[in-house]
Design a protein around this ligand. Structure first.
Ligand code: SAM
Length: 232
């Protein structure tokens, strides 16, 4: 729920067509049902559905005092993958609790991907919301999307790596992905074609630890999910 959808302490009114459809088609909600509801950026509570029509749903709320699940202390730096993969990756990593995402350009990122309609702010927002809803989370991740961001030239990535432990996921690296780390980190994942050797050298020289996930080469979205599951 957006804060403005809560009309006074105990009444929420929802008119967004997508979420109305979701209520009807996914939850098969009926008047009298009690659903878990969260307010954007805030707590989670229970709402009893009092009215459900084609253009409106009304709930009476029972507290919004359960905090959202804790975030993952990882800044994901992801080379821009193909748009369909980006959409799924954003949804998965948001559901897993990532709150900082930077999309970057590397040598093997297809330039046309930067023109994709999937990069429109409302599209990105949509995928983040799907991830939050899935995980019963309410805190929106921050997505840094600078089309011309060339991490190895403009210095911002090395700066980021001075602040946190950097982990570079790249097949064939000497060290296996650590399990259960307990400190914030920056996780770098390459594009479909991978990082080129020069980029790997630059990232290692900037202080990243190279890590691998075993002998199988995984798709970007699978690799990101597996890495996060291993790390935290
Ligand atoms: N041919 C590319 C290569 O060998 O680097 C494959 C790239 S893979 C499809 C896309 C990204 O997922 C990689 O750049 C890496 O960040 C991550 N990845 C996939 N499989 C991995 C593995 N076994 N170990 C570490 N990272 C992996």
């Amino acid at each position: 729920l957006a804060p403005e959808e809560i009309h006074h302490d105990r009444l929420a009114c929802l008119r967004d067509p997508r979420r109305l459809r979701h209520l009807k088609e996914v939850h098969r909600a009926r008047v009298g049902d009690v659903l878990t509801l969260g307010v954007a950026g805030g707590g989670i509570g229970r709402g009893e559905l009092m009215l459900l029509s084609d253009d409106e749903a009304r709930f009476t709320l029972d507290g919004l005092d359960t905090p959202p699940p804790p975030p993952l202390p990882v800044h994901l730096v992801l080379a821009l993958p193909r748009p369909r993969m980006l959409a799924r990756s954003l949804e998965h990593v948001t559901a897993m609790g990532v709150k900082q995402i930077t999309l970057l350009h590397t040598r093997r990122v297809e330039k046309s991907y930067w023109q994709s309609p999937e990069l429109a702010p409302e599209k990105i927002h949509h995928h983040l919301v799907l991830g939050l809803e899935q995980a019963r989370d309410t805190v929106m991740p921050e997505v840094n999307l600078t089309k011309g961001f060339r991490p190895f030239v403009d210095g911002r990535l090395p700066e980021l790596l001075t602040q946190r432990r950097g982990l570079l996921a790249h097949p064939g690296m000497p060290r296996s992905c650590p399990r259960g780390i307990d400190e914030p980190c920056v996780l770098l994942v390459g594009p479909e074609g991978g990082f080129i050797p020069h980029e790997v050298e630059r990232l290692l020289a900037a202080g990243c630890e190279g890590i691998h996930l075993g002998p199988r080469i995984l798709r970007v979205e699978t690799a990101v999910t597996a890495l996060l599951a291993r790390l935290f």
